[in-house]
Design a protein around this ligand. Structure first.
Ligand code: KIV
Ligand code: NA
Length: 268
């Protein structure tokens, strides 16, 4: 049975951590699902991490849909969440059309950014499960920076989080906020909070899959290289190149053969 919002809420109630990663393709989805991830998330980080775009705002609904369909084929047990791209939820009707499109293509729920109580309420009233996203929100902030460090900005985030829950949000991502604020908001809400760069005390954690696999060079403070996959890929590509060039690959064992009678006829 696939996980539901109720399963995630129960985890919060039982003080069990919720695990989430971004995912943009089928093979990664199969492995994440097999690993037991709670939430597999087709984020608009797709743009910068998978498609080579300069910014998240370049991601279209077509882009998300294309990758969502691939991920859907690989997810059996996790909750599958999809991001609503930039400018696809400008008003309640547009937001509902976007959300219904993503649900029709396999999402269990959708995520949107910012203080969008009216949109969240409209989606919720139309039966859509919505995850909010506060703190650093790439669709409206140009540069990654910690949000909510001062009283006024922190208060705005606390009030916004409570309002989103009141509007019917099922979950809330907190990105790049002080650990103290992650803890405070998590304690105030009945719905699960999922942190990225939000410290230890949110109900769950999310990372961008390329970041945690070590596919990029370098390491971000909020992330951790759980593998050195970039280095492994580069090594494999370099070794392949060398072995093809030197004739070391392929070997007879990698080849297929035809019957000698057939070959003789062909050579005649
Ligand atoms: O698109 C994304 O990857 C996100 C996460 C950072 C939560 O929104
Ligand atoms: Na996003």
């Amino acid at each position: 049975m696939a996980k539901t919002i109720n399963d995630l809420r129960r985890k919060k109630q039982n003080a069990q951590k919720i695990t989430m990663l971004t995912c943009y393709d089928y093979p990664t989805a199969v492995l994440q699902d097999q690993a037991g991830l709670d939430v597999i998330f087709v984020g608009d980080s797709l743009g910068t991490n998978e498609l080579g775009y300069a910014h998240e705002t370049a991601v279209s609904l077509d882009d998300i849909r294309h990758h969502l369909k691939a991920v859907r084929r690989g997810v059996k047990q996790a909750y599958l969440l999809a991001d609503m791209p930039f400018k696809t939820y400008e008003n309640p009707e547009m937001a509902l059309a976007t959300a219904q499109d993503l649900i029709a293509h396999g999402a269990d729920g959708v995520k949107l950014e910012g203080f969008q109580e009216e949109i969240v309420a409209y989606l919720h009233n139309n039966g859509i499960e919505v995850c909010g996203h506060l703190g650093y929100t790439p669709q409206s902030h140009n540069k990654a920076a910690v949000q909510g460090k001062t009283f006024d900005s922190a208060k705005k985030l606390v009030d916004g989080a409570v309002s989103l829950q009141h509007a019917g949000a099922s979950m809330l991502v907190l990105e790049l906020v002080p650990e103290e604020l992650g803890k405070l908001i998590t304690g105030k809400l009945a719905i699960p909070t999922i942190g990225i760069g939000a410290g230890r005390f949110t109900d769950g954690q999310v990372l961008i899959v390329q970041d945690m696999l070590g596919i990029h060079s370098g390491q971000l403070r909020h992330s951790k290289n759980f593998g050195q996959v970039g280095e492994m890929m580069l090594n494999a590509f370099q070794t392949y190149t060398r072995e093809v060039e030197t004739g070391e690959f392929p070997q007879p064992a990698n080849a297929r053969n035809m019957k000698s009678e057939e070959l003789e006829r062909l050579l005649k």
